[in-house]
Design a binder for this molecule. Structure first.
Ligand SMILES: CC(C)(COP(=O)(O)OP(=O)(O)OC[C@H]1O[C@@H](n2cnc3c(N)ncnc32)[C@H](O)[C@@H]1OP(=O)(O)O)[C@@H](O)C(=O)NCCC(=O)NCCS
Length: 156
């Protein structure tokens, strides 16, 4: 398994997995919100655009030429890297893929002289971030899109 930046040849595979995880795991969001993400905010066309923009950082994990995980983040701002989406193909979970994606992003942030990585997560996934030494900053009972957010940070 290896991690690399999203590239055009993997766009379709990545987006299929992104849709799969969005519709099966991010059930904190309503069906309409998930549809809005997939057809507008984070549509395949947007990701194609992100490939050439200097704003997003999208990583994919590849095994046997197949995309098995992704991490969607920014390029750091003010010394802080922000993780927006993280997902691993269901049958590949629990094998360290999520950890490798986050570590790769941490290294990228360090190279940019950033001092902090931030994410927001949900009760079901907080354990994953704590395993990676993120600390819980606090909770917004109504955060982005009205959903409960647990904010986690890691100094790097
Ligand atoms: C959360 C997710 C990305 C983790 O990826 P993964 O590849 O399965 O994680 P890893 O194998 O690297 O796990 C690292 C450690 O965290 C633990 N862990 C993983 N998911 C966990 C969870 N939801 N709760 C508690 N611990 C968890 C693993 O057991 C492992 O512990 P170990 O080091 O003692 O073996 C994956 O489960 C996923 O895609 N979930 C659905 C989408 C999601 O919830 N994304 C994150 C929300 S922001």
């Amino acid at each position: 398994m290896f991690i690399q930046d999203l590239s055009l040849p993997f766009l379709n595979q990545f987006f299929d997995l992104f849709c799969d995880v969005m519709n099966n795991d991010f059930l904190e969001y309503t069906k309409n919100q998930r549809k809005y993400f997939l057809t507008d905010l984070y549509s395949k066309e947007k990701y194609k655009y992100f490939l050439h923009s200097s704003y997003r950082k999208t990583l994919i994990a590849i095994e046997n030429d197949e995309v098995i995980g992704f991490l969607v983040a920014d390029q750091t701002f003010g010394g802080v890297g922000f993780i927006s989406w993280l997902g691993v193909l269901k049958q590949n979970r629990g094998k360290g893929v999520g950890t490798e994606l986050v570590k790769f992003y941490e290294d990228f942030c360090k190279d940019k002289n950033a001092h902090l990585v931030e994410a927001y997560t949900f009760p079901k996934s907080i354990g994953f971030y704590k395993r990676l030494n993120f600390f819980e900053v606090g909770t917004r009972s109504k955060g982005y899109f009205g959903v409960k957010n647990i904010i986690v940070d890691k100094e790097i």
